[in-house]
Design a protein around this ligand. Structure first.
Ligand SMILES: [Zn+2]
Length: 127
């Protein structure tokens, strides 16, 4: 998994920039949390994952795309990604974290997704 996990991908940078502009402070890639969430808000007990549609099998065009090579190798691997994602979210939630998963394709639709972020994080001054 570690070998195919891409960090600091473009959608992730977009998210960070926007969250930063909203005035929220966050930590990156906390390895001590299940799934190493991309953005962590320790004070609010919230985490955000920014998932690539292909790697995490989003229900969209990119996520349904089959690997072009080595299908026998990649399909099970992708399936394990999805199972692992679900498991991590479950573990985080049972530990009291609120989890938001953002998909690469949605992040590109930046206006709508900014509203989703604001909804999840709330205003900075309202704790
Ligand atoms: Zn997608």
């Amino acid at each position: 998994m570690a070998t195919i996990r891409k960090t600091n991908t473009k959608p992730e940078l977009i998210v960070r920039k926007l969250v930063h502009r909203m005035g929220h402070r966050f930590r990156l890639h906390r390895r001590d949390l299940p799934g190493t969430p991309d953005l962590v808000f320790p004070g609010r007990k919230k985490v955000i994952f920014v998932h690539g549609c292909f790697w995490h099998r989003h229900n969209c065009k990119a996520g349904r795309k089959k690997p072009s090579k080595n299908v026998e190798y990649w399909l099970p691997k992708l399936k394990r990604n999805v199972e692992r994602d679900a498991k991590c979210v479950k573990e985080l939630r049972s530990a009291g974290w609120q989890v938001l998963v953002l998909w690469e394709c949605k992040v590109r639709d930046s206006e709508r997704f900014a509203a989703v972020l604001l909804d999840f994080l709330g205003r900075r001054d309202s704790k």
